[in-house]
Design a protein around this ligand. Sequence first.
Ligand code: AMP
Length: 542
Amino acid sequence: MHGQMMDQPLLISGIIDHAARYHGDTEVVSVNIDGSRHRSTYQDIRTRSLKLGAALLKRGLKRSDRVATIAWNNFRHLELYYGVSGVGLVCHTVNPRLFPEQLVYIMGHAEDRVVFFDRTFLPLVDGLRDKLPLVETWILMEAHDADLAKDRDWLEFYEDFIAEGSDDLNWPNDIEELDASSLCYTSGTTGHPKGVLYSHRSTLLHAMMSATPDVMGFSARDCMVPVVPMFHVNAWGSPYSAVLAGSKLVLPGPNLDGKSLVELFNDEKVTISAGVPTIWAGLIQYLEDSGTKLPHLDRTVIGGSACPPTMIEKFRNTYKVDVLHAWGMTEMSPLGTVNNLKNKHLELDEEAQNEIRLSQGRPPFGMELGIFDDDANQLPNDGEAQGDLYCRGPWVLSDYYLADKGTTLTKGWFPTGDVATLDEDGFMQIRDRSKDIIKSGGEWISSVDLENHAMAHPDVADAAVISARHEKWDERPLLVVVRKEGSTTDAQAFLDFYNGKVAKWWIPDAVQFVDEIPRNATGKVRKNLLREEYGELLIGKQ
Ligand code: AMP
């Protein structure tokens, strides 16, 4: 017997409908590229999203076609989130920090038909256009600019485009909750970047759980700033979860330096934010230099890389801001764990509580974690046993986009590539990473690519690239080289060899010469040994 309740699908359009209906005058503040602030409301965002969606359908886009964005966190990007998914298309957020060849691969693989982009990325788009024959329409996210249009007959403008959509509209009524809604590529794997295709249902479940008190705890009294970019796993879902709660939303645009953020936080009375440790390091530096305080900020979610203990302490003790250390992945929408204490921990002394706060936290309802040994035996949740971290849940991917079915999961679990401990309360601590990839300031660098380039150098006999700890960027690549016999080529020459082959920020920070690269019986580099030996080499370096 089925229950007798309404069968209403969980759709992304439902979030903006609710926000417009009951929080219609709640503000959405957006920082423009020139630093000025644009102010609108959820009512405005809904109306303009509908027009945008209708204009896309008028151009002949069909259900589940991909529409790309290359954009900062701003109000038009928010309209794209709702307008594109709302009419049954897939919003593909592209990370502009990737090397152009990777962008061509990703956008070609996704078969994007329309691309919306911010003015900052016009030079990038000028270079990409010829290489992406499937893109029919390029739209600059601004009002009409006759000067720009003069030399570019292919260029369209956002405000002209949405004017094509009629005012008197509603969302299509045949979209199903399992339909695809958005697409995000991750470079956090070996080989080409891989796409993760979210559904309306996975997005809604993730957003609803994110808004609960032990996760991000959004309310209609909050003012939220996603500092994490909207091209990084949908800004960790906050443009959905904060909106469904009716929080005021502030979108910071391109200027994410400490001064710009502190001014924005204080002017707009921001209560909660989210971002990677590198951003918060810059913000704390500015607070210390300027003597400014954060009177309104209540808490901030820090994740994407391990949050250093000193950062948690400083935020809590000096600035009275609670830190919610969180862990997640593109493949998990992204939230896996968030650190919030339990009732029983409130009786512990400050020091013991702080100890618990250092871990990556515990999973909310909807997320299951397990650790496994090399023979796929599940290990105990005792806080001691360390193993490969696997997860499963309704907002975890089942397959990568267009990958062969059944090639992503292991016995129904997603292998994260992280190595962790889990305690009896579900608190998870990342201990290491088994995947061969480096995370610098929240962005991935492929050690395999860097090694392949190094091996092509005529004076390299053997090489490995490891992740070394770095105070500002969390991790940076370090090139370990065995020179060919008789070679005296210096470190700089090996680093210069990367010029033009990889993005500048991928080039290793230093070279360590060795006599031999340690390998195991099957020839794999024993990176843990190299990390033990050289992993701290960059500490104290800029
Ligand atoms: P991404 O898919 O780009 O979001 O990256 C996910 C990966 O970032 C995870 O598999 C971890 O290796 C790393 N990561 C994310 N959050 C944390 C954290 N709080 N502590 C340590 N590593 C993290």
